[in-house]
Design a protein around this ligand. Structure first.
Ligand SMILES: Nc1nc2c(c(=O)[nH]1)N[C@H]1C(S)=C(S)[C@@H](COP(=O)(O)OP(=O)(O)OC[C@H]3O[C@@H](n4cnc5c(=O)[nH]c(N)nc54)[C@H](O)[C@@H]3O)O[C@H]1N2
Ligand SMILES: Nc1nc2c(c(=O)[nH]1)N[C@H]1C(S)=C(S)[C@@H](COP(=O)(O)OP(=O)(O)OC[C@H]3O[C@@H](n4cnc5c(=O)[nH]c(N)nc54)[C@H](O)[C@@H]3O)O[C@H]1N2
Ligand SMILES: [Mo]
Length: 797
């Protein structure tokens, strides 16, 4: 641990001359990168810290925090000797405290040293010299980089208007005070504005769907409520691998120790299933809503629903509960019994669709409805699909009809957000442009922005005056790697008449960085002050102590945009006279004054490394509504199993007013399955945060990039374990090693998302980058990214 004094002493300490020479030796990358050059770049040896590791001398420990976009935040203790991080350890506090558990780093957290000192770190600003995307760059000075960006921001704003300027979704540093994304937005806002985006790639369908049922996305309860739960369904939820809150696993373990039964529903036998499940229920992707419909059918038919709860709190359950002017046959019960469409949503009906035996559906429905309280917790894999909205409203429906909403130990399902932690975010600005697009539609806004309508999800204006012409892509790989249909995206970006100017700031030459016109070397979180906030699932914040000075010529985006502002005569207005460290201190002071009197001082916070917010009672979503203190924030004030707002959209086939199974395009019922007989899904892998860490050699050793395939599907294709296979559809082709395993249901293959797109000279990806195969078709209501709905064929490479 350290305090401000030791932090400062580290900062002030000049790097010893010998170490400095070693680092500057590693700067000798070729001036022109890309193509063969990029390969040489990749083959370079890791920065040699052995000599300095052996140095005698004091070791200091600085507590810091990753603000990359896993939902966690953990304590990263950097052991520093001779100005260099020699080791990373983590939280060892509070071992026995149930309510403030340790915030331990996972394998990524422990492996960060390998990224920090990776030989491929971008070392100085560069400008593109070849065709866009070719990856040929030349070193330039910071002065030239800053001046070029300032000029292009102004030129493009003047020529095309502020709606032509766009800051792409990018989550690589979104969980601190200073995401580069926000710094770009602030300066754009101060100079005319930029086109906004709404929503995210994470829970895009859920974010829009859940409020139609509950009036809000905050349908989650604090994890300590799980200590009171008797039965847990993790529906496409894999917390053993997918970190969305650092202490989630701790509470799951405690719940299990107290006797809770855990059921996992997932096409894959996940790490969570191995570690926690009493039962794994494999299911075909895109078909969960059929199973949910059938569970509701059983619960209604067998009279297992909570009558009093439904009567008091729900709308649309049966004929007696319909809003004025809506026919009774539009109710939930009418749908389940087939009153209108003639199809009873029986377990036998569902079995044919989703592959889960009818007897199993009945068993789970009965257990969920009769074991009280029960928690149905939804992951977001099932909603990153063609009709992802349905599965989310379906989960909320099950929680409601069983009366598990607003009860201690129950869980309301849906998106699941909750939060009781908060620090003040002092950096503010207002964008004069009100137009916004759903984030998944950015490629559409490049191609045909002026044609977008309300139907496409355009809001704030009737029409845009321009397509997107300038993109800031800062700490993100969304420009190429993480968005759907890479081949389509790269073709679009290669046309320099469309997007005229692209700025990327990153640590590495990622697939997105190759498409930059100006490429900036960013700092990692070790190289700056910050405060790490968890996603919405936390009662804690983590201190981001600055551990070392920026390596090479790397710079913080805050300082870069301050310099760009300077070129535009706006520096003082942009910085308000403050450095990053000043802002961190302001945030802490404001938090102490306005939000939480017990929040520690800056010095104490940096010394402790973490602050847990503590509460007397658990947070239970919708408790006040169920206790009758306030209505639900829906038009009817009730839980809307039937939503009139959705009904009035008059697109009943794709946007039904009650949750329904709808056969997905590129799902098991799509005739395209004749040509491409395997469903392809992805998951968030333990060894990466999206694409971050793909180039971390330690983590490649721990968990390699490979595709899961069921033994039966492998046998049909003559594929052996470890073979390299080609995976393809009409959008492209990738080559990847296979793991043959019964841990994935027959008919489905799984590729961990986030591998760097690495095309060979024929454009065939050699690394297993799944977005070569995904589609740019949004979900109907939310216009979200259904990146897990894909059909492919697989053959030996
Ligand atoms: N280690 C790690 N943790 C992360 C991240 C990371 O990259 N790495 N990323 C973070 C971010 S930004 C996000 S948004 C979250 C993502 O959180 P989630 O979206 O919940 O995570 P996924 O792994 O995509 O999906 C969860 C599970 O859904 C399963 N699944 C896929 N399709 C279906 C289906 O149709 N039905 C059912 N029942 N299950 C299905 C997958 O096999 C997977 O096990 O994770 C966060 N945490
Ligand atoms: N097929 C498929 N695609 C998906 C998903 C899926 O499940 N399946 N998941 C989607 C989801 S939920 C999300 S959130 C997105 C995530 O996609 P992105 O937001 O693009 O996240 P990353 O790929 O982690 O990219 C972060 C980048 O920031 C860089 N970086 C890290 N730290 C810093 C820093 O401090 N400074 C700077 N300048 N750069 C930094 C990293 O090197 C990396 O290149 O992907 C989406 N794409
Ligand atoms: Mo995400």
């Amino acid at each position: 641990m350290t305090n401000e004094k030791t932090n400062k002493s580290i900062l002030n300490k000049k790097i010893e001359r010998r170490t400095f020479l070693k680092w500057s030796g590693a700067i000798g990358v070729p001036a022109v990168l890309g193509g063969v050059g990029a390969k040489r770049f990749l083959e370079k040896k890791e920065l040699d810290l052995t000599a300095s590791t052996k140095e005698e001398g004091p070791e200091t420990i600085v507590s810091t925090c990753s603000i990359n976009n896993c939902g966690g935040r953990c304590v990263i203790k950097a052991h520093v000797r001779d100005g260099a991080v020699v080791r990373v350890s983590t939280d060892t506090n509070n071992e026995d405290d149930i309510l403030t558990p340790q915030m331990r780093a996972c394998i990524r957290g422990r492996g960060y040293k390998k990224l920090l000192y990776h030989p491929d770190r971008l070392k100085y600003p560069m400008k593109r010299v070849g065709k866009r995307g070719e990856g040929k760059f030349e070193r330039i000075s910071w002065e030239e980089a800053v001046e070029t960006i300032a000029k292009e921001m102004k030129r493009i704003g003047d020529e095309h208007g502020p709606e032509s300027r766009y800051v792409n979704y990018a989550s690589g540093q979104s969980w601190g005070l200073f995401s580069g994304r926000n710094m770009a937005r602030k300066l754009l806002a101060m100079t005319g504005g930029y086109l906004n985006y709404r929503n995210d790639y994470s829970s895009g369908a859920a974010n829009v769907a859940t409020p139609y049922t509950y009036g809000t996305n905050n349908s989650g309860s604090s994890f300590d409520t799980l200590l009171h739960t008797k039965y847990i369904i993790l529906w496409g939820q894999n917390p053993a691998e997918m970190i969305n809150s650092t202490p989630f696993m701790h509470y799951l373990r405690e719940a299990k120790n107290r006797g809770a039964k855990v059921v996992v529903i997932d096409p894959r036998y996940t790490d969570t299933s191995i570690g926690f499940a009493d039962e794994w229920i494999p299911i075909l992707p895109t078909t969960d809503s059929a199973m949910m419909d059938a569970m509701s059918y059983v619960i209604v038919k067998e009279n297992l629903f909570d009558k009093e709860f439904v009567k008091q709190h729900c709308q649309g359950f049966d004929h007696s509960q319909m809003p004025e002017g809506i026919p009774g046959e539009e109710s939930l019960v009418s749908y389940l019994t087939g009153e209108k469409d003639g199809v009873e949503k029986t377990p036998q009906w569902a079995e044919k669709i989703c592959g889960v035996p009818a007897s199993k559906i009945i068993e789970i429905a009965r257990a969920y409805a009769t074991t009280k309280p029960a928690a149905l917790i939804q992951g977001w894999g099932p909603q990153r699909h063609a009709y992802g909205e349905q599965v989310i409203r379906g989960g909320a429906q099950l929680a409601s009809i069983t009366g598990n909403v607003g009860k201690l130990g129950g869980w309301a399902a849906g998106t699941g957000y909750w939060s009781r932690s908060g620090i003040s975010y002092p950096i503010s600005f207002e964008n004069p442009v009100k137009a916004s697009i759903p984030c998944f539609l950015w490629t559409d806004a490049v191609e045909r922005g002026k044609e977008l309508t309300e139907e496409d999800g355009l809001q704030g204006v009737d029409k845009l005056n321009t397509n997107i012409k300038l993109i800031f892509n800062i700490a993100g790989n969304m420009l190429v790697n993480q968005h759907s249909d890479i081949n389509k995206t790269t073709a679009l970006l290669e046309d320099e008449s469309k997007v005229e100017f692209i700025v990327v700031s990153d640590l590495f030459m990622t697939p997105s960085a190759k498409y930059a016109d100006i490429l900036l070397p960013g700092t990692s979180f070790f190289e700056r002050w910050d405060i790490g906030t968890p996603w919405c699932y936390g009662d804690y914040v983590v201190a981001g102590g600055k551990v070392i000075d920026p390596l090479y010529e790397a710079r913080n985006e805050y300082d870069v945009f301050a310099d760009i502002a300077d070129h535009l005569g706006l520096k003082e207005e942009f910085t308000e006279g403050k450095s990053m460290l000043d802002w961190v201190k302001v945030s802490i002071e404001q938090t102490r004054e306005e939000l939480d009197l017990s929040f520690p001082t800056f010095e104490k916070f940096m010394e402790d490394g973490i602050h847990h917010f503590t509460f007397e009672d658990p947070l239970i979503a919708f408790k006040d509504q169920i206790d009758g203190k306030v209505p639900f924030d829906t038009p009817s004030g009730k839980i809307e199993l039937f939503s009139k707002a959705l009904y009035d959209m008059n697109k009943h086939e794709e946007i039904p007013a009650i949750a329904k199974y709808i056969p997905a395009w590129e799902g098991p019922e799509d005739p395209l399955i004749e040509k491409y007989p395997l469903q392809l899904i992805s998951w968030h892998y333990k060894r990466r945060c999206h694409s971050t860490h793909d180039n971390n050699p330690w983590l490649e050793e721990a968990a390699k990039q490979e595709m899961w395939i069921n033994p039966k599907d492998a046998e049909k294709r003559g594929i052996k374990n470890g073979d390299r296979v080609s995976v393809f559809n009409d959008r492209g082709e990738i080559v990847i090693d296979v793991k043959i395993t019964p841990r994935i249901i027959e008919g489905v293959v799984g590729i961990p998302q986030g591998a760097w797109f690495t095309p060979d000279d024929k454009g065939i990806d050699q690394r297993g980058s799944i977005n070569v195969l995904t589609k740019q078709q949004p979900t109907p209501l939310a216009k979200a990214n259904p990146q897990l709905t894909n059909l492919v064929q697989v053959k030996k490479a």
